[in-house]
Write a protein that binds this ligand. Structure first.
Ligand code: GLC
Length: 752
């Protein structure tokens, strides 16, 4: 391995500063004098968007393979799937001389309106972190790096380069950072890409608490942080915060600022050395490797189609699917021939190998086609609809291929609503009326409204599943592949029901995250709202039974791993896969917590009649919440439920436990410490109980008609009383002695 420290010791100030910004749109700067090479980075999360020509247009890149987008791969609930996807993509990158793939993109799906949700994984941070970690491991096994992005709280496209995400501490830790945390710890990405936006008023790319305190200090990240393209606001502040590489090239402008800052003493030279070392570590991780790779387009296309089949989610099926081969089936709609396979923007892959489901089903007798709708329609086309309805009426079954056109969702702008285009809705209703055996296949990057749902027999959600989605759809429709995906996000009944409805987008300067930790299914559960399809939902052509949920302990202590096992059995007639979910319900915390949170998942492949045991390890974080007042992850002592589920609203088995909880912090009281806090702390409970007995009136609850102050009211007021109120009620000496005694008690860890 190249001796990086030695190299840095030989560098001039200007040479070190030159490493901190790109050479052009996609490359780092070389240092010829010392033989430091330049390396290339390229998008993106679901395919290699290598722009070989300097100044290439937005969609101009080499021909590559488009794999399932994250919205689809998350639905597989299978870590090995994203690892397989990453491994194939990483090999392409290595073969094409790309050192870092700019992905995965893991931002939280806060609202279905975010235009870039197709590129993100889930409304649950645990699922996102696990799936992203698989992708990172896959890519990096090729000695090619990844860029975990966009760090952090970049959850809308509107004003994304300047808007400030106003997020409370608990929501930040438990939701908006937790997805990155899981990916960093599980995948160890070579790099992280900072986001454009501000967080609580400060640019993410200039936030030391984020890029150094949390990312490196708390999570142990040991790689390099790069900016998003054009995201840098104050270069010196960014360098100091822990952002090493500005992209794209700035023509040397900010390199000069760095030199000036060091020379004037505004910037510690050690910070620049640290940055140069981190950049060079990424460069040499790639160039010092002798790994070779071959870009096999055909093999990767087959992989893309196979993965697409494992991502699709069967949302509804009254028995219409799987279709019988040989029966008369009419495929309808633009996407039957040319499915939408990806979203627009920087992740867009240049590929021509996109066989539609109609082409893929070409060998199957009885399959015909009717146009039904076109991308170019300005609205419903009555002739096309009538023709399609007539064809459906004369067939045994009809399959409509629908979804969101690029114009509805894309990087750079957000969606206006949940609706599919009107020409599609009108077509689906007309065909469903003519043919009871109607199925709808959807190609969309985020949830859509389904006004026609009651009238159709089946809905297969393909999401944006890459260039193999046509072959996968045909295989799924005819039962050659059994659907096994589950929803990584809730499909709401109405936009008005969504967690971010009241403040998504914000006023252009700030956007308030008013729902706090109650995002996604956490929101719909807490509000007891009905949903179109719940998080974790997905059907199969077979059925599965769960039994025998066991816990390794019913009274775990902090630091103790809990092993959870259960058995899942295929009780149907077809081979299939089942993504079993494990949720934890916190019944111990005194303030409102989400009704359940995903803390484990595993996918089992089972032949008819086969049963397997699944095993999960739950650590402290499965029971902890972020205690903002104490600035730590904390487990409340008390009751928790562990639930095995087929979806967030299909709980199959439940077991309960009593957790010992986190040891209370040692701390010293201050004048605003309340008697209630001291009563809750086992170390001071006795002393405060005594104090309350002395001060509070005894006796039964007075007659409810009595207007006098009741004992309960006095007690409640006392528990909210800060010590400074007690100070004015007793002699100073007694107060000082009491405080000293309390602090002696609180200076020791609580006895278990
Ligand atoms: C874009 C995207 C980012 C991408 C980068 C380079 O603005 O936000 O995801 O990797 O620029 O194309």
């Amino acid at each position: 391995m190249t001796d990086i420290k030695k190299l840095i010791s030989q560098m001039t100030l200007e040479e070190k500063a030159s490493l901190c910004s790109g050479k052009d749109a996609w490359r780092t700067k070389p240092i010829e004098r010392l033989g430091v090479p330049s390396v290339m980075v390229s998008d993106g999360p679901h395919g290699l968007r290598k722009q070989a020509r300097e100044g290439a247009g937005q969609n101009e890149s080499i021909e590559a393979v488009c794999f399932p987008c994250a919205c689809a791969s998350a639905a597989s609930f299978d870590r090995t799937l994203t690892e397989r996807l990453g491994a194939a993509l990483g090999a392409e990158a290595r073969a094409e001389g790309v050192a870092v793939v700019l992905g995965p993109a893991v931002n939280h799906k806060r609202s279905p309106l975010c235009g870039r949700n197709f590129e993100y994984y889930s409304e649950d941070p645990f699922l996102t972190g696990e799936m992203a970690a698989g992708f990172i491991r896959g890519v990096q096994k090729n000695d090619v790096g990844t860029a975990l992005k966009h760090f952090a709280a970049n959850n809308q496209e509107f004003r994304r380069l300047t808007v400030s995400s106003e997020v409370d501490d608990a929501a930040l830790r438990e939701i908006y950072l937790a997805n990155f945390e899981g990916a960093v710890k599980g995948g160890k990405p070579w790099t992280v890409m900072g986001s454009y936006n501000r967080i609580n008023g400060q640019y993410a790319g200039e936030a030391p608490w984020l890029l150094t305190g949390i990312l490196r200090g708390s999570w142990g990240f040991d790689g390099m942080v790069m900016s998003d393209w054009g995201a840098v606001n104050d270069r010196v502040a960014g360098l100091r915060a822990g952002l090493e590489l500005q992209m794209p090239s700035c023509g040397g402008r900010t390199d000069a600022q760095i030199v000036e800052a060091v020379q004037s003493g505004k910037l510690d030279a050690a910070v620049l050395d640290r940055a140069a070392e981190r950049v060079l570590k990424m460069v040499y991780k790639y160039t010092d490797s002798h790994k070779t790779a071959f870009f096999d387009k055909e093999a990767d296309h087959r992989t893309a189609a196979e993965l697409a089949g494992e991502c699709a989610v069967l949302l509804k099926n009254t028995g219409v699917l799987p279709l019988d081969k040989g029966k008369k089936v009419v495929f309808i709609g633009e996407y039957a021939n040319a499915p939408r396979i990806q979203g627009g923007g920087s992740s867009h892959i240049n590929t021509k190998n996109i066989p539609g489901a109609l082409q893929a089903a070409g060998e199957i007798p009885g399959v015909t086609f009717a146009q039904g709708w076109r991308l170019s329609d300005k609205g419903p086309d009555p002739d096309l609809i009538a023709e399609a309805a007539e064809a459906a009426r004369g067939a045994d079954a009809a399959v409509i291929f629908a979804g969101l056109p690029d114009a509805c969702e894309c990087e750079g702008y957000d969606r206006a609503g949940l609706d599919l285009p009107e020409n599609q809705n009108a077509l689906i209703s007309a065909v469903a009326e003519a043919q009871p055996n109607t199925a709808v296949v959807l190609h969309n990057g985020s949830p859509v409204a389904m006004p026609w749902l009651d009238g159709v027999g089946a809905v297969l959600e393909m999401y944006l599943a890459g260039e193999g989605s046509g072959e996968a759809a045909a295989a799924l429709l005819f039962g050659d592949v059994n659907p096994s995906g589950k929803l990584p996000e809730t499909f709401p009944m109405r936009l008005q029901d969504t967690p971010a409805y009241l403040d998504f987008g914000g006023d252009g300067h700030t956007v308030r995250y008013g729902e706090g930790v109650f995002t996604g299914y956490r929101w719909y559960d807490a509000r007891e709202l009905p949903v179109l399809f719940p998080f974790g939902h997905g059907l199969s052509y077979t059925t599965f039974e769960y039994r025998g949920l066991t816990l390794s302990s019913e009274a775990p202590a902090e630091g103790e791993k809990l092993t959870v096992t259960l058995k899942v059995k295929n009780v149907g007639t077809r081979w299939g896969r089942e993504a079993v979910q494990l949720y934890v319900r916190d019944r111990a915390t005194s303030f409102r917590r989400p009704e359940k949170e995903l803390k484990g998942f595993a996918k089992a492949a089972l032949a008819p009649g086969e049963e397997k045991e699944l095993r999960f390890e739950l650590g402290d974080r499965a029971f902890a919440h972020w205690e903002a007042g104490e600035k730590r992850w904390k487990i409340s002592a008390g009751e928790y439920d562990v639930m095995a589920a087929a979806s967030s609203r299909d709980i199959r088995l439940t077991a309960s436990l009593r957790h010992g909880g986190s040891a209370p912090l040692c701390f010293a009281v201050d004048e605003n410490t309340t008697l209630g806090e001291l009563l809750d702390d086992p170390r001071t409970h006795g002393a405060v109980s005594l104090l309350l007995k002395v001060f509070l009136p005894r006796g039964k609850r007075s007659d409810v008609s009595d207007a006098a102050i009741t004992p309960e009211m006095v007690r409640a007021a006392a528990l909210s009383a800060p010590l400074r109120m007690v100070r004015d009620m007793i002699p100073a000496k007694a107060y000082d002695a009491a405080v000293a005694q309390l602090n002696r008690m609180l200076a020791k860890p609580a006895q278990k």
